[in-house]
Design a protein around this ligand. Structure first.
Ligand SMILES: [Zn+2]
Length: 249
């Protein structure tokens, strides 16, 4: 079947001497993996268009029963150069792609996840705070996976969580301190989660939360993600190891 769609490229790597394999996300088809024959050649028709996190119009042919599609045309719509121009940006981009590679399904519509990735990249390329963008993306990815609902009320007793909450070990929702035990979650972190649920990223960035609250949220989403996946994302671990290594702090 021949398909043309707007996609965001997630991952691009070399195959043999001449070819490249790209994994991409499309709204209607979910995760698609395809080979671009000859993409490594000097005068390839794909020249430079296969960039991780770029948005592109791609045409591919998929034969039933085959694992890999065959990419026949790529037209760049929005490059991701600004994000790929420094180490922190590259690692963050890898982390966004890593989330999508893990959470998106093959041949399954991913409208919400596509829109989340697209709008997050758009905001990042416009220069929005990277840490805030990463937390926004992490919290929403979990929510779209059906876990970690906005902490409006305690799921046990219905009490408001605006004064703070707790997260129990292995839990994927916050509870009030009367109903649950676990690590405390500050009122400011609860407020930030509620804002993430109702505000677009540029609006959130225009009236940003304190850096400490953003850092608290990173711990929180990390715990929930690890409990859900039963492992940590490799891209996230790599980012932590490089950005938090003693030589950089
Ligand atoms: Zn409660």
């Amino acid at each position: 079947m021949l398909t043309s769609a707007e996609v965001i490229l997630l991952d691009v790597y070399d195959l043999h001497e001449n070819d490249r394999i790209a994994t991409m996300l499309s709204s209607a088809h979910g995760k698609v993996r395809g080979v671009a024959r000859g993409a490594r050649r000097k005068y390839s028709r794909f020249a430079g268009a296969l960039q991780p996190l770029a948005k592109a119009n791609v045409t591919w042919f998929h034969k039933e029963g085959r694992d890999l599609a065959r990419i026949s045309a790529v037209e760049l719509v929005r490059p991701a150069r600004r994000l790929q121009s420094d180490l922190e940006g590259i690692l963050l981009g890898g982390c966004l792609a890593g989330h999508v590679l893990e959470f998106a399904q093959e041949n399954d519509p991913s409208e919400h996840l596509y829109r989340l990735l697209d709008s997050t990249l758009e905001a990042l390329l416009a220069g929005v705070d990277r840490r805030l963008a990463a937390r926004y993306f992490e919290a929403w990815t979990l929510r779209l996976a059906g876990i970690f609902p906005p902490p409006r009320r305690c799921p046990e007793c219905g009490r408001s969580l605006e004064r703070g909450a707790v997260l129990g070990a292995g839990d994927d929702a916050l509870r009030c301190s009367g109903c649950g035990t676990g690590s405390p979650v500050s009122a400011a972190a609860v407020e930030l989660l509620l804002r993430i649920g109702r505000e677009a990223l540029p609006a959130l960035a225009a009236d940003p939360p304190a850096a400490g609250v953003v850092a608290e949220l990173e711990q929180l989403t990390g715990r929930i993600r690890r409990a859900f996946l039963q492992h940590e994302l490799k891209s996230y671990r790599v980012m932590q190891e490089i950005l938090c290594s003693p030589s950089r702090t």
